[in-house]
Write a protein that binds this ligand. Structure first.
Ligand code: G6P
Length: 364
């Protein structure tokens, strides 16, 4: 309705949409996770997924980054091999498919031409397709066998924020449902209703503390032409999305990097004061990521840490509320979205309409 597409008191849609994310998590819970502990997902979709031997997640841009996070959740919770692919590449070079593939098309708009090309192609070959989209009645939704809605509400800013977190949450819903369908203990124990309310509360704390991020941006970003986000494990796909946000709205050339890979070439780019921001949410990789960060600091980088509470040290810059590690991107992305927003605002750019970009790209 009209209230959904008004900026209200916000200067930009991007900030409004960042702030809406706790409410979006609650809407996902209301739509899919009733209080009795069941999961409201179409049974014939679960049967089709149960028969699949691999899930191909196909998407573009931010949705692709959400797919990278989702793939890990499907593998862990449902025991279903899953891999995310770029729609624009998949169309031209289709990998050798598994015997019983199922395709998950992730698309905020449901109109992205690169994704539609893949859908048409795989439907022609008779494979089942599920679309997860924010837009009921969209092309990708109409043409798929199954649809799951994101319930993020209209997303107006070109840079995607709340659709990303909704895509992670809804993929987790489906992974949980399939895992329970397959009677997997790990899925029964996955209290997603609880985890998403923890995520919502954590997001709320982070958006309430946005002034702190604004101050960090003022110290780190002005006058910088290059920046890096680094992380390992779950923090790597999160770094990719964090980097996309910063580059698309502030035009600071930003790369998201697997922390361990920097030393194999890219560390050559580190100069005096280059911002290097590290995500540290994973117990297993925390110490390694910290040492990779120190290696950049020794070469002059201006380092910033975004760290889960249970791993935080007094010198860390941004502390993330603790959450199920599979879902850490839900809270980790919030400061990165805010960093992007304030960096663009500081440069007096049109935050909602970055140059050269469109909200949905209907050409290949
Ligand atoms: C465009 C937008 C991106 C978005 C991508 C995929 O490039 O600028 O923000 O992530 O399309 O869009 P979709 O609607 O398919 O998720």
């Amino acid at each position: 309705d009209a209230a959904d597409i008004s900026k209200g008191t916000y200067p930009y849609y991007m900030l409004k949409e960042i702030d809406e994310q706790p409410a979006v998590m609650r809407r996902v819970v209301d739509a899919y996770l009733p209080a009795d502990g069941s999961v409201a997902v179409n049974q014939s979709l679960l049967q089709a997924l149960d028969q699949a031997d691999k899930l191909y997640i196909v998407a573009a841009g931010t949705s692709y980054h959400a797919g990278l996070v989702g793939a890990r959740i499907f593998e862990e919770m449902a025991g279903l091999p899953a891999e995310a692919y770029l729609a624009s590449e998949f169309g031209y070079h289709m990998p050798l498919l598994a015997k019983h593939p199922l395709f998950l098309l992730l698309s905020q708009s449901g109109e992205t031409a690169d994704s539609r090309e893949v859908l048409v192609n795989v439907k022609k070959q008779g494979y089942p397709v599920l679309t997860m989209t924010n837009t009921a009645g969209s092309t990708l939704s109409r043409e798929a066998d199954y649809t799951m809605l994101l319930h993020a509400g209209p997303e107006i800013a070109v840079a995607s924020t709340k659709a990303y977190t909704a895509q992670i949450a809804v993929q987790a819903v489906l992974a949980k449902a399939l895992g329970v369908f397959r009677k997997r203990e790990v899925a029964k124990d996955f209290d997603l209703r609880h985890d998403l309310s923890i995520a919502a509360a954590g997001m709320q704390t982070l958006v309430d503390e946005k002034e702190q991020v604004k101050n960090l941006v003022a110290q780190y970003i002005p006058n910088q032409q290059h920046a890096f986000y680094i992380g390992r494990g779950e923090d790597y796909p999160l770094s990719l999305e964090a980097a996309l946000k910063l580059k698309e709205v502030s035009y600071v050339h930003t790369e998201g990097f697997a922390a361990g890979e920097l030393k194999h070439g890219t560390i050559a780019l580190i100069e005096e004061d280059t911002p290097v921001m590290a995500f540290i949410t994973d117990d297993v990789t925390a110490a390694h990521t910290r040492s990779n960060l120190q290696e950049t600091e020794a070469r002059g980088a201006h380092t910033m840490t975004i760290v889960s509470e249970h791993l935080a040290q007094p010198t860390d810059n941004i502390v993330l509320p603790d959450i199920n590690p599979l879902l850490s991107a839900l809270v980790g992305i919030i400061p990165a979205q805010l960093i992007a927003y304030y960096a663009a605002l500081g440069k007096k750019l049109d935050v909602d309409k970055p140059r050269n970009l469109a909200k949905s790209v209907t050409v290949e």
